[in-house]
Write a protein that binds this ligand. Structure first.
Ligand code: NAP
Length: 274
């Protein structure tokens, strides 16, 4: 459920898994005008939906509307996955953080999150989930760089016990110094937007850079990271991994591993890059 929703790759991904497993199920894109969100959410279980993914602009409203929320959704302050119980009550979760961490570990299998600082560019919804995931994984220091300082401060304030440093965007090259993990969680680099420029030259040896933007898959951020010898990870892995927990919960089945989902999404991205 989103507004708009036509660009979403999630229906193709879930329906591919459903077909692979031969399940009697369907995952449908629901375009819901913002003023109808609550009515649509209440109607969904009556119409037979087992759950929902919610995306822009509903992640915060979904957090407020759910009867219960898991620890990730509470810490992040947003819900992207809803499971309806038999009485129709909505239970909210946020899978962006676990999706990020699974994609990071798959893309950089030797990475030690506890071994050094992580730098996160951005303080929006995705950055909130990524910072939470890094804290959960034991990152000893997290540097947040964001255009709007107040949003970076609000994000840091959600985690008073964590070692979070805010670096101004003007001084952003300092953020990557000695960092083990560097993440672009801004919308910079998306088709039509300028690139995010980061100085990777003083990152820790063996560091990984992940760009969660996936339209386009290959961004200037990733090219620059690769040129400095970093492991470069694109945004497709996170997109696939954040989808798995919802699929498991709704259909009671493990979504297939394998390269099929990657190949499908790559084909769709090539066909409609925007
Ligand atoms: P969001 O909440 O709107 O946050 C956008 C972020 O980008 C904010 O930090 C914003 O800074 C920054 N930004 C936007 N324009 C900028 C500019 N011109 N200069 C500097 N900073 C700028 O969006 P979101 O939901 O976090 O999503 C961010 C990106 O991640 C999108 O490209 C989205 O498609 C992608 N994403 C990917 C996945 C995945 O699974 N791969 C999952 C979620 C999101 P301010 O705070 O200063 O506005």
């Amino acid at each position: 459920m989103g507004w708009p929703i036509a660009h979403s790759l999630s229906p193709a991904l879930h329906n591919y898994w459903i077909a692979e497993l031969g399940l009697d199920a369907a995952y449908a894109p629901l375009a819901v005008a913002p003023e109808n969100f609550r009515a649509a959410l209440d109607a969904a279980p009556l119409l037979g939906f087992r759950g929902l993914n919610v995306t822009i602009p509903f992640k915060t409203a979904a957090h407020e509307a759910c009867a219960t929320r898991d620890a990730a959704a509470e810490a992040i302050g947003a819900v992207n996955t809803i499971i309806f119980d038999e009485a129709g009550a909505a239970h909210g979760s946020n899978t962006d953080g676990v999706g990020f961490m699974a994609a990071l570990r798959a893309g950089a299998p030797g990475i030690c999150v506890k071994g050094g600082p992580a730098a996160v560019f951005g303080a929006g919804g995705a950055a909130r989930a990524i910072v939470w995931a890094l804290i959960e994984a034991g990152a000893p220091e997290i540097r947040i760089v964001n255009r709007s300082a107040n949003k970076a401060e609000a994000l840091a304030a959600r985690h008073p016990a964590a070692n979070i440093r805010i670096t101004s965007i003007e001084n952003s090259s300092a953020a990557a110094e000695d960092a083990r993990i560097i993440v672009n969680a801004t919308s910079l680099g998306m088709a039509g937007a300028p690139d995010l420029n980061v100085d990777f030259s003083r990152a820790a040896p063996g560091a990984a850079a992940m760009d969660i933007v996936y339209r386009p898959l290959e961004t200037g951020f990733l090219r620059a990271a690769r040129a400095c010898g970093l492991i470069a990870i694109d945004g497709l892995g996170m997109l696939i991994e954040q989808a798995r927990p919802g699929f498991r919960a709704w259909f009671g089945a493990e979504p297939p591993a394998g390269e099929g989902a990657w190949a499908l999404l790559l084909r769709l991205l090539k066909k409609a890059p925007r």
